[in-house]
Design a protein around this ligand. Structure first.
Ligand SMILES: C[S@@+](CC[C@H](N)C(=O)[O-])C[C@H]1O[C@@H](n2cnc3c(N)ncnc32)[C@H](O)[C@@H]1O
Length: 258
């Protein structure tokens, strides 16, 4: 597309940057592998290192990340913090820490539990999902167990602004958290599959404070249909109807503890 325009902006070759005057080169791609390639290439073009910024990692630019889910987390955190509502926070399904870093940022004074195998889906959970014969899921890239494997605790921790608040729970959820007795005001459940999402609800709902929120990613997904089924099953098991509100990203549902 070099030489063309996108949304009225000219698209130029990387080498043409050298003909321009600029303060910073902002890399705005969310794949960390691509960020590394672009950074390496910029350095080979002799662009000074301090001018090359990864927008998704550099705290100065975090607010540029306009994402409905992140905006919801920010707004909910501000409200919770302003009302002095108690409770710690957690994320189950961390992968490379791209949502966890925001939870850490917006809840600076609360312990943040991060739960993940850090090795991708559990084999048994995945087999169960595949047995449900959801063609969209089975034909997707997510049906491959290695899809979420490229991550690690050190990598995730390097993204945290308040690492001293983070408690890593590496391993199969919920086995990894059986010693956790805390109360929670915000939990992000993002494990994609029916079994871990159902276990997430079973583990956390009773631990939520009044007005606490469990944010469920993929509730409206056609690929991860197990998420909605997990909520239905949980409500059926308990004979309850949880207060739900879609957050407007077309994907996530917030459950509010009353
Ligand atoms: C969609 S990714 C999380 C994405 C992350 N929240 C984000 O927004 O960048 C799903 C993660 O759930 C984890 N996961 C799924 N089932 C799990 C289980 N039973 N125990 C621990 N981790 C699990 C996978 O390892 C994977 O990293």
């Amino acid at each position: 597309m070099w030489g063309q325009r996108l949304l009225s902006f000219p698209i130029i070759r990387p080498e043409q940057i050298l003909e321009k005057e600029f303060d910073v080169l902002m890399i705005v791609v969310s794949s960390s592998c691509s960020v590394k390639q672009i950074k390496d290439y910029a350095l080979r073009l002799n662009i000074p290192k301090e001018k090359v910024i990864d927008v998704f990692l550099d705290v100065r630019f975090m607010d540029l990340f306009v994402d409905q889910r992140i905006s919801f987390m920010k707004g909910y955190a501000e409200w919770i913090n302003s009302r002095n509502i108690e409770g710690n926070v957690a994320e189950c399904g961390v992968f490379r820490g791209d949502s966890a870093k925001f939870i850490n940022r917006y809840f600076p004074n609360r312990k943040l539990y991060l739960c993940d195998t850090f090795e991708g889906f559990d084999y048994g959970d995945l087999q169960y999902e595949k047995g449900e014969n959801n063609q969209s899921f089975n034909q997707s890239k997510f049906a491959d167990q290695s899809f979420f494997a490229e991550t690690g605790v050190d990598f995730v921790m390097s993204k945290m602004i308040y690492p001293e608040k983070v408690v890593i729970k590496k391993g199969y959820f919920p086995d990894s958290v059986l010693d956790v007795k805390d109360r929670f005001c915000f939990v992000n459940l993002d494990m994609d599959l029916y079994i871990p999402m159902l276990n997430g609800l079973r583990f956390f709902l009773d631990k939520m404070v009044y007005n606490g929120c469990i944010l469920l990613h993929d509730y409206f997904s056609d690929v991860f249909t197990g998420v909605r089924q997990a909520v239905d099953m949980f409500e059926q098991e308990r004979g309850i109807n949880i207060i739900k509100t879609p957050i407007g990203d077309g994907c996530s549902m917030a459950l509010i503890r009353n």
